[in-house]
Design a protein around this ligand. Sequence first.
Ligand code: MN
Length: 454
Amino acid sequence: MASPIIVVGHKNPDNDAISAAIGYAWLKNEVARRETPEGEEPQAYVPARLGPLPPETAGVLNKWGVPVPMVVNNLFARVSDVMTHDPICIPADSKIIEAGRVLRKHNVQALVVTNEDGTYRGLVSTRMIANRYISATDVLEQGASEMAVASDLISSLDQNVDTIMEHSILTIDADGRLDEAVADIMQQPFREAVVLDDDMKPIGIVTRSDITVHPHRKVILVDHNETRQAAAGIEDAEVVEIIDHHRIGDVSTITPIKFLNMPVGSSATIVTLEAQRLGIEPPREIAAVLLSAIMTDTVVLKSPTATPTDKLVVDYLAGLIGVDPTEFGIEVFSFRGGDDDMPIDELVSADSKEFPLGDGIVLIAQHETTNLDVAMSREPEMREYMRGLIEAKGYECVLLMVTDIIAEGSQFICEGNRRVVNRAFGIECKGEGGTWMPGVLSRKKQVAARILEA
Ligand SMILES: [Mn+2]
């Protein structure tokens, strides 16, 4: 069966990064199910995330009973991508003759030897059995009769595999990186490594011939197309599709792929348009997940990134769910909880993105609020945390936009090299108090673009 294809958003995932992944994985699975001939296994698509759930995503998934996508730490090829699943096992008290029969029956070179409780004990291979027989010729050279050797060989058939098996075979983890496992396998004198689960039970076997191929994990990127924002190991993966609404970045591919990039308010909008194009209607819970992402990315359609297309898609999804779109959007924002007790790291960097600028990197963070005064009462704490980020990561500057979605503007708070921001906006952001920027709601359209151009 083909490995599942991962559908994943960017690092520091926001609601759209996770929700668009859920929605697009649902759509791809739906298409695969419809197009795969009966009796065949459809290609599976699995939504994933590169970090913790934003609270509004947790709230929406919980309310609508949608499973939380798994976390992927990297996209490097893993041991499980090459291993032979369900290795043939025999108990430690089996006779060598029995091992020989099993090897022949399954046409394999090695068997995993297990303890009574099914846990891993060792490995017996055709080579180990052959060595047992070759060693008999030593006895012959020492003057034993051919008859004695023959009877020794015959009695060996009745010997336990335990006596000839190897205990010191490399054991590895299915989720481990393949390149690291390959290095370890090549360093040991044996051809095989046994893959164990957390209970020490054998679930796979990898041989030197399995690692002559290097598979690439297949991945669909949503809500990003820059390697800087992608999972570690993206360069080792095969990007098979991209669904995005950001500027075109630096992800490159060897073959042509489906690359849907539209200047609309959210990736979830594009996912919904794709579903409509294919004539597939999302069930209510998927519609809710998609609608929540459009609402957060466009700040309940108030952001200048919101387009007439987003409005149409919002009305369509709200109709499917049977809700008022604005009320729905405000409920999604309410899942974020209060600004007064939110941990400072979450408040500042839950939604932050790095942008290259000259030789440096600027971090632009955004915190949306319905109560600017409460958020701004934590300014000293925010600034201290931002200075810590600069020290730890060496940013040129960190800009935090505290966006008031009701007053429709952002308070700019900047640490590091303020000139970058001041020059881009023609302002005098002097530090304490920050600068109120009326009408600035969109990091992408109104802030990042201007800083990168300046
Ligand atoms: Mn987005």
